[in-house]
Design a protein around this ligand. Structure first.
Ligand SMILES: [Zn+2]
Length: 530
């Protein structure tokens, strides 16, 4: 008699092996038996449903909201039971020397939640989250940007020897506290101000702890070459984050960005570089609205940027850049949607492009953008259309590319129901399964599940999750293969996906008949030093 038995389902075990019929017996948070005719104190009838390991998201940003939304609703509802945090260089920790600079930068990501911001180290942050509880498992990374801001703010220069030592110290502190690696955000400040030598130096510390280097690259596929060069020099394993948005923005490569990217990736793997990538299944990304502003105007941090944006001569310079050829694609204001603003006065702009807002105000686009950032104290978010669907298809089909959400935790109630966030926050994984496996047939259902489970688990070094077999931790996602789909859209994003009736986290039902049980069975893992 087990604690919980999932009966009569088709088991897709996460290895890519064809589905088979079995019951799953769960006891003490573990998968105790995969067999037949099992009985339990609690039983789920999974007839007609697929039973898979809980889905693992190798790249997301729910850590920015998890203290205000411990249930992590939009993630557990989309079948994700484990996810990384501290991505794109932007971890919520450490908050040491220049904590105010970092807090000002991270605030827009927190969707207006009132957080105490009174932790300092990663260890301290993890303890806060554990106190309030957690709906899914989290795998912590420490952000290079967060470390750099603590030591040298938003300065556009190389660190001095002493500053580099200080950065290494902060990196070592988080790794010693159990971080799985370091993430970078080289496409925007402050990561964009750092050069290869700095990353190689920090790489030595990553290697000391056996960590993973996870990178939001500088934009353009030519930077995949730089990333690979860095990997050969630094010698760490690498995960390229949201590959699509980075490779699509190189105007020189005509219409074959995806093929070029994959050729470069394959060549690096043949040469022995341990590099894999992830992609979110959409042609639009989302970030801070301030990231639409040129990087030079962001130097020095949020307050300095807002001061600059008041200056008519600086606005004129920005206007010149927006009209110029270089970077035109990324700065086309008809493709930049405002998705969240903090003040009530501007809420009606949510869901509109910057170009539409400018038209409504009878203003120039750059002026409208700058005024909005000033009025919102930079607490605003955007969605930017960057790509072609065919590129996303080609990239997603590659066997070294796994799916990610790159989203934030939201919920269709309370403060997190605000704004028009990217629909990936609710539906990235169901969409990957429905659109890319079932409808487009880019891979089988079993292969999709492998890329959503054992592949990211192995990449992160989680050897007790991601495969459904005896002795593994009991994270399960049970879905209807005919009904599973994302339902949120860019105009109506706050919608849970269909067809995921049961989710089990560490042996406890988190979603039961499509409803959150309120269970907070998630844990934050800490990497053990080998
Ligand atoms: Zn990123």
């Amino acid at each position: 008699m087990y604690d919980l038995v999932v009966k009569n389902g088709r088991v897709v075990d996460g290895t890519g092996y064809p589905w088979f019929k079995a019951d799953i017996g769960i006891e003490g948070g573990l998968i105790a038996e995969v067999g037949r005719d099992l009985t339990g104190l609690d039983t789920i009838d999974a007839s007609g449903l697929v039973v898979s390991p809980g889905w693992v998201d190798v790249h997301m940003h729910a850590d920015h909201t998890v203290l205000g939304n411990p249930r992590v609703d939009s993630y557990v509802h989309q079948g994700i039971t484990t996810a990384t945090m501290g991505n794109c260089g932007l971890s919520m920790y450490p908050l040491h020397k220049r904590r105010d600079d970092l807090i000002a930068y991270l605030k827009p990501f927190t969707s207006g939640l009132r957080l105490s911001w009174d932790w300092d180290s990663m260890d301290d942050f993890i303890k806060r989250v554990e106190t309030s509880g957690l709906g899914i498992n989290l795998v912590p990374f420490v952000g290079h940007g967060s470390i750099r801001i603590n030591v040298m703010g938003f300065d556009d220069r190389d660190p001095t020897g002493a500053e580099l030592d200080e950065m290494k110290g902060l990196l070592g502190e988080s790794l010693n506290q159990g971080a799985y690696g370091m993430s970078t955000g080289l496409g925007y400040p402050p990561g964009t101000f750092s050069k290869e030598d700095e990353l190689v130096e920090l790489g030595a510390v990553i290697n000391e702890y056996g960590g993973l280097y996870s990178t939001h690259m500088r934009n353009g596929v030519e930077n995949l070459g730089d990333t690979i060069k860095l990997g050969h020099r630094a010698g760490f394993p690498m995960q390229v984050s949201h590959l699509g948005s980075s490779c699509a923005s190189n105007p020189e490569l005509g219409g074959r960005h995806a093929e070029t990217t994959l050729r470069v990736l394959d060549e690096a793997r043949v040469k022995g570089l341990d590099i894999t990538a992830d992609i979110y299944p959409y042609t639009a990304g989302s970030s801070l609205l301030s990231q639409v502003i040129p990087h030079w105007a962001q130097e020095g941090g949020v307050a300095k940027m807002l001061d600059r944006l008041q200056d008519p001569s600086i606005r004129a310079k920005i206007k010149g850049e927006f009209k110029g050829e270089a970077g035109l694609k990324g700065r086309d204001l008809t493709k930049v949607y405002v998705t969240y603003v903090k003040t009530l006065a501007n809420k009606h702009f949510e869901g509109m492009t910057v170009a539409e807002i400018a038209e409504a105000l009878d203003a120039d686009g750059v002026d409208a953008l700058c005024d909005l950032l000033i009025e919102e104290n930079a607490e605003a978010m955007n969605i930017t259309l960057w790509g072609e669907q065919r590129d996303v298809d080609v990239l997603a089909a590659h066997p070294a590319v796994m799916p990610c959400s790159d989203g934030w935790a939201h919920a269709p109630y309370g403060e997190l129901a605000q704004g028009k966030p990217h629909p990936r926050c609710y539906g990235a994984f169901p969409r990957y399964l429905r659109t890319y496996a079932v409808e487009k047939g880019l891979f089988t259902l079993e292969e999709a599940i492998r890329r959503m489970t054992s592949m990211p688990a192995a990449r992160l070094g989680l050897h007790d999750r991601g495969i459904l077999k005896e002795g593994m931790k009991a994270d399960l996602t049970v879905f209807d293969p005919d009904k599973v789909r994302d339902t949120g859209t860019f105009t109506d994003p706050h919608r849970y996906p269909d067809g995921i009736p049961y989710v089990v986290v560490n042996g406890r039902l988190a979603i039961n008949k499509g409803k959150h049980t309120g269970a907070l069975a998630g844990k934050i893992f800490r990497k053990r030093r080998s």
